[in-house]
Design a protein around this ligand. Structure first.
Ligand SMILES: CC(C)(COP(=O)(O)OP(=O)(O)OC[C@H]1O[C@@H](n2cnc3c(N)ncnc32)[C@H](O)[C@@H]1OP(=O)(O)O)[C@@H](O)C(=O)NCCC(=O)NCCS
Length: 365
């Protein structure tokens, strides 16, 4: 996930974040609200190991940046119908968590603005709004969270956002010092949501992520519409869906206020048509090739494709790929400069059957 609105960025944690996470998690003043007044006593190495299991589909620990500075963390965990055996508090009606209409997914979220200089400036409600809206876009039907009964500031913000109190679990857990604590549980559906993100035409939210639900449909509608009288794009569309269904490729998109405007696809299987004869460029589980990287012309040169590529590279690495390539026709000299800027180096030159010369750039992930 990579979400941006004005000075707020919410993004997946990276390897380089483990030091600051360790600093925050070991700080009793930051962790007291979560029951750890002496801090967690963890290390950057342990955190790195723990974060390895994160995936977009299931659980993400996120970094909240304000003006490019990491000031806190957020998270989401998505649970589905198959997770009914999860240990939900008694007063949650599990059937109501999975109402069955919109994909039967519930997300539990969390937020901690760790740098006190950034608390109580309205960032919490805006950041939560961005995350909540994104989760509803991903067909999550209900969002839940809990907080300490004493944390009236958090409760105030959650209630502003439309969270509905579910109940209080009195003296339900003990903190690090053995003191009994009470928790208050909240839930919201999309109908309850009051959006404080500040998103507008003037201040758009950009989101960069793997396609979900009907995203692929929407981006291919745009591709076909943008190439009138060129039936080959219908064929590309068919191939894209077939490859995605068979997990031979994965498409990522850039959305502006929820509208898909840019995309890129990772090819995982040498049988994908776009690989052509150059079979060794894609080796399952080892080397992936980027295909169809583009954005609507109006938004070129604003850094969106760089952000999308970062998301794609991170995911490729998570999926176990060690090498990534991208092809460019020599006439596209501007692209060439960008690839070098992203740390890619020239791998090989290849002339396709139709005479098109493509230079492949690549790097180790
Ligand atoms: C809780 C948290 C996410 C809220 O984000 P934030 O950016 O500080 O909050 P905002 O600036 O959007 O809003 C703060 C609101 O709380 C109100 N508030 C402050 N102290 C309060 C208190 N003791 N009781 C009730 N409301 C309080 C403010 O008046 C303001 O509301 P208003 O605009 O209606 O006047 C953030 O403070 C935080 O991360 N705190 C530390 C960790 C934490 O508690 N996380 C939540 C754990 S579940």
């Amino acid at each position: 996930m990579y979400l941006e609105n004005q000075e707020i960025t919410i993004r997946n944690t990276r390897g380089s974040d483990t030091e600051i996470l360790a600093k925050w998690w070991n700080d009793g003043t930051v962790m007291a609200h979560a029951g750890f007044p002496h801090g967690l006593g963890t290390t950057a190495e342990k955190i790195a190991k723990d974060l390895e299991a994160d995936s977009d589909e299931r659980r993400r620990r996120l970094i909240l940046e304000i003006g490019g500075k990491a000031v806190g963390e957020m998270s989401y965990t998505i649970v589905g119908e198959n997770d009914r055996n999860l240990d939900f508090p008694d007063h949650y009606c599990v059937d109501s968590l999975f109402p069955g209409e919109r994909g039967e997914l519930t997300a539990e979220i969390g937020i901690k603005i760790c740098d006190p200089a950034y608390q109580e400036k309205g960032f919490g409600r805006r950041a939560l709004s961005l995350l909540i809206r994104e989760l509803f876009c991903r067909k999550v039907s209900r969002i839940i969270l809990d907080t300490n009964l004493k944390n009236t500031r958090a409760q105030h913000v959650y209630e502003l956002l439309g969270f509905v109190k579910q109940g209080i679990r009195y003296d339900s857990w003990r903190d690090q010092e053995g003191v009994l604590q009470s928790a208050i549980d909240y839930a919201m559906t999309e109908a309850d949501f009051v959006d404080y993100s500040g998103e507008s035409e003037e201040h758009p939210t950009w989101s960069y992520r793997a396609t979900t639900g009907d995203d692929l449909e929407r981006i291919w509608d745009l591709n076909v519409r943008s190439h009138p009288g060129k039936p080959i794009w219908e064929r590309f569309r068919f191939q894209a869906f077939r490859h995605e269904d068979r997990k031979m490729s994965k498409t990522y998109i850039a959305l502006r206020n929820g509208e898909p405007l840019g995309e890129g696809t990772l090819l995982f299987d040498p049988a994908c048509e776009a690989v052509g004869d150059l079979k060794y460029i894609v080796i399952p589980g080892e080397a992936t090739d980027v295909n169809g990287l583009r954005i609507v012309k109006k938004y070129e040169g604003e850094g969106h494709i760089s952000r999308l590529m970062k998301v794609m590279e991170e995911d490729a690495k998570r999926l176990g790929f060690r090498e990534i390539t991208i092809g460019v026709e020599p006439v596209e000299s501007r692209n060439l400069a960008i690839y070098l800027h992203w740390g890619y180096t020239r791998y090989l030159e290849y002339e396709f059957d139709d005479g098109a010369l493509v230079i492949y750039y690549g790097k180790t992930l």
